[in-house]
Design a protein. Structure first.
Length: 177
């Protein structure tokens, strides 16, 4: 007996799809794949209008993702600031440098970024939110510099520019009697 003729048939999964042609079938008789529609919606039909609304909604959704992006990065920056500490060493300095560089670079290229949002229905508000998020990131970097002591905020930081104090009395050494 041949081993292949005696093997039992495997039970098919309900999600399996048999794409092989059976005897007597042609390609035209095969059912359409799941999710495929043979009819194309006409330009004036309700389906075409619904798909256009879906495109508008997609544009608005992606525009909001771009606009809220800088604000979504703030919690991560706060955590990185906490982990870096307030000491003056290479790691915290690099973190502060990147916290200044990224929002500054984004603000310099705001015109290019906002061109992507022009088709959105809430363009002005999204632009303002993007600008505000980058300004908050810069303010966070300035706060970190202040907490590290890198900003000259005390009078002692400006001693090089202060006029020397005029002495009112002079004391000279003498002889003991």
């Amino acid at each position: 007996m041949h081993p292949t003729t005696n093997t039992p048939k495997r039970s098919r999964n309900k999600w399996s799809l048999d794409v092989n042609l059976k005897k007597g079938e042609s390609r035209l008789e095969l059912p359409a794949p799941p999710g495929y529609a043979r009819e194309q919606p006409s330009i004036g039909s309700d389906d075409a209008v619904a798909s256009d609304d879906g495109g508008t909604n997609l544009i608005d959704k992606k525009s909001w993702e771009i606009a809220v992006g800088p604000i979504k990065g703030l919690p991560m920056n706060i955590f990185i600031m906490y982990m870096a500490g307030n000491t003056i060493s290479i790691f915290p300095i690099m973190m502060v440098g990147m916290m200044f560089f990224r929002p500054t670079q984004a603000l310099m290229g705001i015109r290019t970024t906002m061109r992507m949002l022009e088709n959105s229905s809430q363009y002005i508000f999204q632009t303002f939110l993007y600008f505000l998020g980058n300004c908050l990131a810069l303010a966070l970097a300035v706060y970190k510099c202040n907490s590290m002591g890198l900003l000259p905020t005390h009078a002692s930081d400006w001693l090089a520019f202060a006029a020397p104090i005029q002495q009112l009395e002079y004391v000279a050494g003498g002889f003991a009697l």
